[in-house]
Design a protein around this ligand. Structure first.
Ligand code: HEC
Length: 145
């Protein structure tokens, strides 16, 4: 547990409380899946606003953006430990090229920072780059089960 950040410890705790991923035993895997779930939820909130299926809400949009930045910044630490679990979708290649993996997390952080949440239209415009950053990493490092 050498270099675990306070944020990571927080996600570890939240991860153990959350009912999602109940089948996951490994605490590191649980924490990183939980963080990814947070990113998924935040992206959905923004996507729904961009599509107009939910009303634009400046506060919620800003919160979603902040959550995405936080997850992106936490990603390298969350995956520092080469932890595995039968339920995990992480490819071992992450730990063969951890620098590249971390660089892909930086791309997500930059896209999240650049996201302009001032209207549904600007969110929609920014989501393209954000979504690309998710896909860029998943394609290389996530094996869907
Ligand atoms: C730097 C790499 C990286 C980036 C960037 C990234 N992901 Fe992931 N994501 C992963 C990996 C690796 C997994 C599989 C983790 C595991 O199962 O141990 C994953 C899993 C997930 C999951 C499944 C979580 C679960 O409960 O099993 C969701 C949802 C997800 N990502 C959403 C996103 C979204 C949305 C974005 C962009 C906003 C994003 N991710 C960006 C690497 C990344």
């Amino acid at each position: 547990m050498k270099t675990l950040s306070v944020a990571l410890m927080g996600s570890l705790m939240i991860g153990s409380i959350a009912l999602a991923h109940q089948g996951v035993k490994d605490p590191f895997v649980k924490a990183r899946m939980h963080a990814m779930g947070t990113a998924g939820q935040a992206t959905k909130v923004l996507g729904d606003m961009a599509k107009g299926s939910v009303d634009y809400d400046a506060t919620q949009a800003a919160e979603a953006k902040a959550a995405l930045i936080q997850v992106a910044q936490d990603l390298p630490a969350l995956f520092q430990e080469n932890a595995s679990d039968p339920v995990s979708e992480a490819r071992p290649a992450i730990w063969d090229d951890y620098a590249d993996f971390s660089a892909k997390a930086d791309v997500m952080a930059a896209a999240a920072v650049a996201l302009d949440t001032s209207s549904a239209a600007t969110i929609g415009a920014g989501l393209r780059a954000l979504g690309g950053s998710c896909g860029g990493c998943h394609k290389a490092y996530r094996q869907k089960k």
